[in-house]
Structures are given as structure tokens and as C-alpha cells.
Design a protein around this ligand. Sequence first.
Ligand SMILES: Nc1ncnc2c1ncn2[C@@H]1O[C@H](COP(=O)(O)OP(=O)(O)O)[C@@H](O)[C@H]1O
Ligand SMILES: [Mg+2]
Length: 419
Amino acid sequence: MAHTDHEPTSELKSMKAAVSGDSIAKAEARAERQEKLERELQGNRAITLDPAKRSVQVQRFEGMLRERVVGQAPAIEAILDSFSKILAGVRNTERPLLTLLFLGPTGVGKTETVKALGETIFGKRNAFVRINCQEFASEFTVSKLFGSPPGYVGNDVEPMLSQDNLDRHHKEAQAEGRGVFAEGEGKIAKLFPQVKSHYMSIVLFDEIEKAHPKLWNALLGLMEDGHLTLGNNKTVDFTRSIIVITTNVGAEEMSSTLRHRSIGFEVATDAEELNRNIKQKAIEAAKDVFPYEFLNRFDDIICFRVLTTDDLKRILNLMLQDVYKRLLNAQAPILLHYSPSYLDKILKEGTDPQFGARPMRRAVERLLVAPLSRLIASNQVQAGDVISVRLRNEVPVFIREPAGGKPSKKKGGGDRIVK
Ligand SMILES: Nc1ncnc2c1ncn2[C@@H]1O[C@H](COP(=O)(O)OP(=O)(O)O)[C@@H](O)[C@H]1O
Ligand SMILES: [Mg+2]
């Protein structure tokens, strides 16, 4: 658990630097002073207000989410809007904080968005309750979620959707000072109730179409009044939960549309038309599979779009940064310089229109992490080395640069940035 803890902290630091150059609390104070000043200057004049303007705190969330999730602005907007409502105190407190349905092709960031949310709020990518609906296709398995009535088999096992399981991530983040509870976070933590038993949670129901109808019914009720009754008659409170439900319905139709595509879309209008097409297919498929009253209860239904070549480059860049973090974790700080042709190879191997960015991680593992690990394990590469990675006859070549020297030849590539 502890080994991932440094991750959000370093991101937080870069965020802080990006936002204000000093502390968040100071930035907030400055924004408040500025607003007060503007208000005084405006005096009694009637002025047009700007509903699109977001508070400093919400802007920070936006920055952190956008840093992790490439493209997919509508999903981020929906999340930010709900935070604005919490901040303003106008949200409906008898329903979950936010209920979203994510549609769209495979590998374009649906699950990643929820992980980014976990990282942003609780400082950990896996700080959410994940219900893999595929595992709850039968009535028997569904009882693992809700628990069985007294006297039934499995009654002694804690249901996955118990209040304790829901509250756990908030409690841990608070105790360990992670995420919004980290020091110097200013007013952002005030977004979240500090009172005991008022814990926030993020719950992901992945691939809902695979679940037993009993689970759908439970979700219907839960989205409507924010509560769920367990097998043991205890009530679980979801009114402080962000609930994300993903579905793969329409994936077949979407992938047949995508199958004929080569990688990426060089012309913007081309991509736009494709996305409209995909969205229509996704929504039609959802209407076929889910009852109207189910679709009608979401705060928002969001169709994730197909990734462009540019998106994929940025995702590769994020993955390379993760490799750096892993190297640091392994106590092997190594400076890596990649040649552009090498990066192009990873990009090419990691791109498949049908599976979005899913093959990218495998390509990074195969072309970078695996050979590099062997070099480290066999002591050919040591902490502090500068390594250039190039492509020779389509095969990655690793070259250790002379100590104190600069990487030989060719500019470009860069150590982290994908050009
Ligand atoms: N929009 C995106 N932003 C950042 N990373 C992404 C994005 N889309 C896909 N990825 C990368 O690809 C992997 C698979 O994406 P995921 O979110 O699990 O796909 P799905 O949409 O099927 O849930 C993730 O682990 C992540 O590294
Ligand atoms: Mg997913």
C-alpha cells in the first residue's frame, strides 16, 4: 500500500507549482481578495455574471484530472459541475453526489477517469469501491454484494457494499493525510465533510450489462433515494457517493466501425464525424438494453470519444513518466533519452483503434521495461547512469553514455517528452 504514496504527492507538488507558484491556500486567499476588489470597483452598476467561471478549488480539481485523463472533456466537466454544486451547497442531499453512466469504445479512459478521481480526492488511484459486474451475473453471487438474510449461507461474510467498505477510503486518506486531506490544501478539504460518519466515497460498477437484474434493480433504488438495504436489514448511505457505472453495450457495433480505421485521425472533421457515429451507436445500444427509467436516473450519460494520435502520444508520455516513478521506487534513478524513432515504434505497436490505449501499456512493458529490468538485474545499468534508447533494425538498443558526458549525437527525443 505505502509504496504508491509518494505518487500523488509529487503530482500535487507540480500542481501547486502550476496553479500558483506558492501554496494553494495563498492562491485561494489572493483570488478572494481579487474578487472583493472587483466587487468594490463595480459598485452599483448592473453586470453580467459568468456561470462558466469555476472556483479556485474546482479549477485545481480540473487541473489534476486533466493531468491524468487525456481528452474526454465532457466526463471531467460533469464531475467538476457536481463539485461546484457541493461547494455552493445547492446539491440535492437525498441522492448520491453524482451518478454517471460512461459509454464508449474499449480502452479510451472510462476506468482511468475513476482512478484519476480516486487519486485527486483520496490521493490513491485505487481508493474506490470497484464492482466488477461480470462477477455478479448470478443471483447467488449478487448476495456477496448485499449480504444474505440472517440464517442463509454466507450470512457471516461482510457484504461488499457495506457502509464500512464505502467509508474506508475516506477514513484512510484522512488518517494518512492524503489527497484533499494533505497539508497545505487550503479550503479544498472543506468540500468534504469532516464529521464522523459523513464519509465520501467513489463507487464504480464496471460493465453493468453483465450483472444480474437484481443488481440493476438495487441501483435503480440507490440512484433515486441514495440508500440501499442490505440482507441483514442495515441501511447503507450513498448520499455522499460518486457513482460511476460503465457499460460496454454497443461495443461490438462500435468496434466494427473502428475496425476499418487506420491509426489516428489526421483530419479533425473526420474524427468528429466518427465520434458522432460512435455516440449514436452507443446511445441506441444503451436504449435497447436498459429500461428507460434506468437511463433516466443518471445525472449525466457520457459517451467517451475515440482517441486521436495526439491523445495517444500524451498517454504514452504519461506511461513513460510512470516508468520513471517505478525506477525511482526501485532505487535506480536513471536518466533515459529516447530517440524519436524508438518512441514512434512504441506508439505504433501500442495503438489499435479497436482497443484504444490498452495495447500501449503492453508495448511500453515489452519495448522498455522488460529489457531495462534485465539490464539493471545484470548490473549493466546502475543508479545514476544516462541511457540512450534507440532503434536499430526495428530493435531497441540501449547505450550507456560516458560518465559526466552528454548523450551522444542526435538531438530530439528528450528524456521524458514525446515530441
Ligand atoms: N483518455 C485516457 N487518458 C489517459 N490514459 C488513458 C486514456 N484512455 C486509456 N488510457 C490508458 O489505457 C488504459 C486502458 O484504459 P481504461 O480506462 O481502462 O479503458 P476503458 O475505457 O475500457 O475503461 C489505462 O490504463 C490508461 O493507462
Ligand atoms: Mg474499463
